[in-house]
Write a protein that binds this ligand. Structure first.
Ligand SMILES: Nc1nc2c(c(=O)[nH]1)N[C@H]1C(S)=C(S)[C@@H](COP(=O)(O)O)O[C@H]1N2
Ligand SMILES: [Mo]
Length: 448
């Protein structure tokens, strides 16, 4: 199954010359070439343009009319199918599309489970595949016994049951969550050989529904001298962070639902703090306490961890929004391309500072950068899918993607990031990632 997800979309040359095999690329796409390495105009795959753009007609037809007639009746059409199930599961043939994790023997719930981006398409992460980072396991929280406390510099301290909270006006917003440690391996001197799941699997995106923090703070009555809010989770790590009051008032949410169903235990059941665009660590899961303060509390995860250690030996603290970033998911490290021909390069881009305005792709190691097609709806602080047609001629290629967000910020090269921050920064790596494609079609991780 893994193989079939990244293969040519057609079949090899047929005897029937009316249907041109997708690997017959010589000369066919010349009019659509926009850059080095065989990148084609982004409009090629849009509404019928493919047929019109080429002399060959229906390039994507993988099979002949004769074959279509010979389909026959497969066994699964000859008897009734199985019955209904209460909670649906993916096809048993998709059993490889799972999160990966390395459990530690002494603390099996400490660490991370990563999203398999190379096996997925679209922009929303299904709940069962949303990455998970937990500092001390997933607690088994009784939703009726769970309480959310709002106290500190407020006129009226409040306590909420889940039921009480659910009576407040709710809203939905789509947002990515990315761990500050995602892509951290790219700080290393040599490119680590891992697939995209291992290297960049700590980012996911969901539609979250819940109550605005602003609504609760307004009810509690915030002291005019307050500037920060301390948030604490109800797990054995009691994970806690300080959040600027301004972010809490702007778009923070107590999320109760994730893609329409209750937030999963791995992602914060029964409620989590959602801070769209901010680093994952601050988005406290299993939220049980908000304490309004006039300064950060200097919790462990904002001092010794999740700060950027610079070359000078000083640490950069309170680095909150994730800066614009992108990764090519198809093809990506570890996958093998099956022969030259027409492919669709595809990937994900995101920015904690708003909308993605542009993604450029290079197939010649960064010499030319045509624009990719962005898949709508393009939502702020959400994963944005991009696509780019590519006529691979079978020779070695280096693929890269570069995101620009609505502020004009451009995703930097790895080299630039290393000069600016140094190799010890550890968190928030957002440099341009590169995949090398060999003449055998093998895709591996390289530095430009
Ligand atoms: N209570 C609690 N909240 C937490 C954590 C945790 O271990 N416990 N991990 C944090 C970290 S480091 C990240 S990256 C995000 C991950 O969110 P997710 O597991 O829903 O993807 O949750 C954050 N919130
Ligand atoms: Mo994290």
């Amino acid at each position: 199954m893994g193989k079939s997800l990244w293969t040519r979309q057609g079949r090899s040359r047929r005897a029937d010359e009316n249907v041109r095999g997708i690997d017959d690329i010589e000369g066919v796409y010349d009019g659509d070439k926009v850059a080095g390495g065989g990148l084609l105009h982004r409009r090629l795959f849009l509404g019928g343009a493919l047929g019109g753009a080429t002399a060959a007609g229906s390039i994507l037809a993988g099979t002949t009319a004769a074959e279509a007639e010979a389909l026959g009746v497969p066994p699964w059409m000859k008897s009734p199918g199985s019955s209904f199930v209460g909670y649906g599961q993916p096809s048993k043939h998709e059993a490889k599309t799972v999160r990966t994790f390395g459990a530690q023997p002494n603390s099996p719930g400490t660490g991370a489970a990563r999203t398999p981006h190379h096996l997925m398409h679209g922009a929303i992460t299904p709940n069962g595949l949303h990455f998970e980072r937990s500092h001390n396991g997933i607690p088994d929280i009784d939703p009726d016994a769970h309480r959310l406390l709002v106290r500190g510099m407020v006129r009226r301290p409040l306590v909420f049951t889940l039921e009480a909270l659910a009576r407040y006006p709710m809203e939905s917003q789509t947002a990515f969550i990315e761990c500050g440690g995602n892509s951290g391996a790219l700080h290393g001197e040599k490119p680590v050989q891992g697939n995209i799941q291992a290297l960049h699997g700590l980012v996911s995106c969901a539609e979250w529904t819940g109550v605005r923090v602003k609504t609760l703070l307004a009810e509690a009555g915030v002291d005019s001298k307050a500037t920060w809010v301390y948030a604490e989770g109800a797990d054995a790590a009691a994970m806690s962070r300080s959040v600027p009051l301004s972010k809490m008032m702007a778009d923070a949410m107590i999320a109760l639902y994730q893609n329409g169903e209750r937030v999963r235990p791995s992602n914060g059941y029964p409620m989590r703090l959602l801070l769209p665009g901010y680093e994952g660590n601050m988005q406290v899961k299993r939220l049980r306490r908000l304490r309004v303060t006039d300064g950060p509390v200097m919790a462990r995860d904002e001092t010794s961890k999740y700060t950027l250690l610079l070359e000078s030996g000083k640490s950069q603290q309170f680095f909150f929004p994730i800066e614009a970033k992108s990764i090519i998911t198809h093809p990506s490290s570890g996958l093998t391309m099956r022969g030259k021909g027409l492919y669709q390069i595809s990937g994900l881009a995101w920015s904690g500072n708003g909308l993605i305005s542009k993604v450029e792709v290079s197939a010649d190691g960064g010499k030319s950068w045509p624009r990719a097609q962005l898949q709508g709806p393009i939502l702020p602080r959400s994963l944005t899918r991009f696509r780019m047609p590519w006529a691979w001629d079978g020779s070695p290629a280096t693929l890269m993607s570069r995101a620009t967000d609505q502020t004009g910020y451009v995703q930097p090269t790895r080299a630039k990031l290393m000069v600016e921050r140094g190799a010890r920064a550890q968190y928030h790596f957002n440099g341009i990632a590169c995949w090398a494609v060999s003449d055998k079609g093998e895709v591996s991780h390289v530095y430009a």
